[in-house]
Design a protein around this ligand. Structure first.
Ligand SMILES: *[C@@H]1O[C@H](CO)[C@@H](O)[C@H](O)[C@H]1NC(C)=O
Ligand SMILES: *[C@@H]1O[C@H](CO)[C@@H](O)[C@H](O)[C@H]1NC(C)=O
Ligand SMILES: *[C@@H]1O[C@H](CO)[C@@H](O)[C@H](O)[C@H]1NC(C)=O
Ligand SMILES: *[C@@H]1O[C@H](CO)[C@@H](O)[C@H](O)[C@H]1NC(C)=O
Ligand SMILES: *[C@@H]1O[C@H](CO)[C@@H](O)[C@H](O)[C@H]1NC(C)=O
Ligand SMILES: *[C@@H]1O[C@H](CO)[C@@H](O)[C@H](O)[C@H]1NC(C)=O
Length: 642
């Protein structure tokens, strides 16, 4: 028995030893990975420190890469634009196995084409443009939430407060444009829409912003979704505050740029905080894990060696940290599968002779496809919670915190998760229950809106573009009590006008209107024509004793009727001769004869049945006859009285 066990152990050890040997021999000492960020940006500054921290943690954990060290090369791509793209392209010339980034969606759109060619996976922790998930970019792996989910959250918020139209202000680049397109789709699912898309150039100046905001202020909708980046977003809010557009009645919904700014830099100047009181913002929801807490407690230690600017960890920093761990776990599985970090020159790029772009320096990662597959199937517990990609390439469990900016910071008013919609419970609790999107379950805590009010804004006003409402009024000739023009002046009077002014006075907001008499004052105007003028936008509305009929309801909306006419039938009046014998008229002569005959018949039958047993029916024939007639007559009268 012992011998068998010994042999078994020996075989086991042998296999183990071979395994260790094999993996030892094929594992390089170091693996180069790259990171493309905009160093001088809110997200980039945090991510830079987070990536360094993650690489440190991976290298000091012997269980992850088992001896191999990660070496990260960071490249500043600035925020957007040409220089950023060129810098990123040059960076691709170094032989790297994977890239953390790029940070911006604009750079990502260009670099993914190169990454596809060189077979280098990109793990972007900050490019949220939904179109980057397309099949065109197989080597783009998004290690953060796609804006498609953020926009679904915004659309559900809009629906929750029962607003129907929103205005979007966005930066007109790939990130802004595609985010807004996604919002438009999600709003359509909720039967709402974007009434105006206000585009700003990538680096807007004061006049761009004020021109746009003045246009927005004249519009009907008061719900403004601001999808920008921290720099320009703050500028827009400042200008809106200056123009008086952050007062009661306005609703500002800022996408996650605002929360990442606040998380990193709060407390901001009180002057800046004043401009965003009552704003609603979203933040990618990350679970409260132990690893997150320990990273947060270590954070102050990491950044002391950096510049003097004080900044804290935000959700993008957490995703950057987890991206590095994802690469590390994937590389481990890659080496286990016998993968090797080898590059070869692309013959097609070699042939591009005469150029000075130095394209031949770009080399293709031979086993790139294998590493990509390993990344896609990596599952681990990160600082943001369970970290895993679903079959569509999205991180599992997309969820957002919904924040209300008040005072010097923000308060959470609830959560949105793709799993259960809006809720005041954390998504982690909801994941344990079956999904339930019923409308009773959709709740949020009260919001403090701009102007320090807690009543939910109506979300629209009458477009205040200097125009008053044109109200068409029939200039009646007959029945002037209903509505007519005052003699010698232009004012209208009558019952309908009184009802209208009483209703307008009940409205919680003022409206400006003008009555326009319709008709020449000599004959009653044609009411159908008046209604048609409302539908053809010559009048904004019409007031008067206008009958509601089917044809008219097809082209305009009517109020509830305030004079009930009911259903009546009209006929012509005919003169009739009436005489004392008029009561005989309902019956014809035949009818009277038949009635008389039945009288006799019934009497005879009763006499036959009764006279043998009933004393009343005996005696002289004259008395019997009277009894018969009397009896039948009383029966008839008593029946007809019933
Ligand atoms: C194999 O890896 C172990 C650590 O996991 C290390 O101590 C050892 O030196 C390596 N052997 C070779 C041959 O590289
Ligand atoms: C970083 O950006 C700020 C404005 O956001 C600018 O004032 C500063 O000069 C920039 N620094 C560098 C090194 O580019
Ligand atoms: C690829 O081309 C570059 C430049 O022509 C050269 O320096 C390098 O050695 C080549 N690499 C391989 C693996 O052939
Ligand atoms: C989001 O929700 C929809 C429907 O509820 C579902 O089809 C989709 O798979 C979910 N996506 C993720 C990433 O969970
Ligand atoms: C969803 O929640 C509501 C209220 O809590 C409950 O009435 C309903 O039965 C739930 N629906 C499902 C499918 O669990
Ligand atoms: C009123 O106007 C409508 C449409 O303009 C027309 O069809 C109708 O005949 C007019 N009625 C009278 C009584 O003129």
């Amino acid at each position: 028995m012992k011998l068998v066990l010994l042999v078994f152990l020996f075989i086991c050890f042998d296999i183990l030893a071979i395994g260790v040997c094999k993996s030892n021999s094929s594992r390089p000492d170091t693996v180069n990975i790259g990171a493309i960020l905009a160093f001088n940006s809110t997200i980039g500054r945090v991510a830079r420190v987070a990536i360094d921290a993650a690489v440190n943690d991976v290298n000091s954990d012997p269980n992850v890469l088992r001896g191999t060290k990660l070496v990260v090369h960071q490249q500043d791509s600035y925020c957007n634009g040409f220089i950023g793209i060129v810098e990123a392209l040059q960076f691709m010339e170094t032989d790297i196995a994977a890239i953390i980034g790029p940070q911006s969606s604009v750079v990502a759109h260009v670099i993914t084409h190169v990454a596809n060619e060189l077979k280098v996976p990109l793990l972007s922790f900050a490019a949220t443009d939904p179109t980057l998930s397309s099949l065109e970019y197989p080597f783009f792996v998004r290690t953060t939430q796609s804006d498609a989910f953020q926009m679904a959250a915004v659309a559900e918020l809009v629906d929750y407060f029962q607003w129907r139209q929103v205005i979007v202000i966005f930066i007109d680049d790939d990130y802004g444009r595609n985010g807004v397109a996604s919002l438009s789709d999600k709003l359509a699912e909720k039967r709402s829409k974007i009434s105006y898309k206000g585009a700003l150039p990538p680096e807007p100046d004061r006049s761009d912003i004020s021109d746009l905001l003045v246009r927005v202020a004249l519009m009907e909708s008061r719900i403004i979704v601001l999808h920008a980046n921290p720099d320009s977003g703050i500028k827009v809010l400042k200008m809106a505050h200056y123009l008086g557009m952050t007062i009661t009645g306005y609703v500002w919904i800022a996408t996650d740029w605002l929360s990442s700014l606040l998380d990193s830099h709060s407390p901001l100047d009180s002057e800046i905080m004043d401009t965003m009181q009552g704003v609603i913002s979203l933040r990618q929801h990350t679970a409260d894990t132990k690893r997150k807490k320990s990273l947060l407690s270590k954070w102050s230690k990491f950044k002391t060696d950096d510049n003097a600017i004080n900044f804290r960890l935000n959700s993008y920093g957490l995703y950057a940290y987890d991206s590095v761990w994802m690469v590390a776990h994937a590389l481990d599985a890659f080496f286990d599968d016998g993968g090797a970090i080898e590059f070869y020159n692309d013959s097609r790029l070699q042939d591009a002779d005469g150029g000075t772009l130095n394209l031949e320096a770009l080399s293709v990662f031979g086993k790139g496809n294998l590493l990509l597959r390993k990344i896609q199937s990596t599952v681990f517990d990160g600082v943001t919670g369970p970290f895993e990609l679903d079959s569509d390439g999205n991180l599992i469990h997309p969820a957002y915190d919904i924040l209300n900016i008040v005072g010097t910071g923000s308060r959470s008013i609830g959560y949105w998760s793709n799993y259960s919609g809006l809720s005041t419970e954390t998504p982690e609790i909801l994941y344990l229950k079956p999904p339930n999107r019923s409308s009773i379950n959709q709740k949020l805590y009260d919001v403090i809106w701009p102007g320090q009010t807690t009543t939910n804004p109506r979300g629209w006003v009458f477009p205040n573009n200097g125009q008053e409402l044109r109200i068409g009024v029939p200039n009646r000739v007959s029945y002037p009590e209903f509505v007519s023009k005052e003699k010698g002046s232009d004012t209208m009077k009558g019952y309908c006008i009184d009802v209208f002014t009483a209703a307008v006075n009940l409205l919680p907001y003022p409206i400006v209107y003008r009555f326009i008499p319709f008709g020449n004052g000599l004959v009653n105007p044609n009411f159908t024509e008046l209604v048609e003028k409302v539908s053809s936008n010559e009048f904004d509305a019409a007031v008067g004793d206008i009958a509601i009929n089917t044809d008219r309801t097809r082209i305009v909306d009517f109020t509830q009727p305030f004079i009930e006419s009911g259903l009546v039938i009209l006929t012509t009046v005919k003169e009739h001769d009436s005489s004392a014998w008029a009561f005989l008229q309902p019956f014809t002569l035949e009818m009277w004869c038949v009635t008389g005959l039945f009288f006799l018949f019934v009497g005879a039958v009763i006499w036959i049945l009764e006279h043998r047993i009933n004393d009343e029916f005996r005696g002289p024939p004259r008395k019997q006859l009277v009894t018969i007639f009397w009896y039948v007559w009383t029966r008839k009268i008593s029946f007809s009285l019933r």
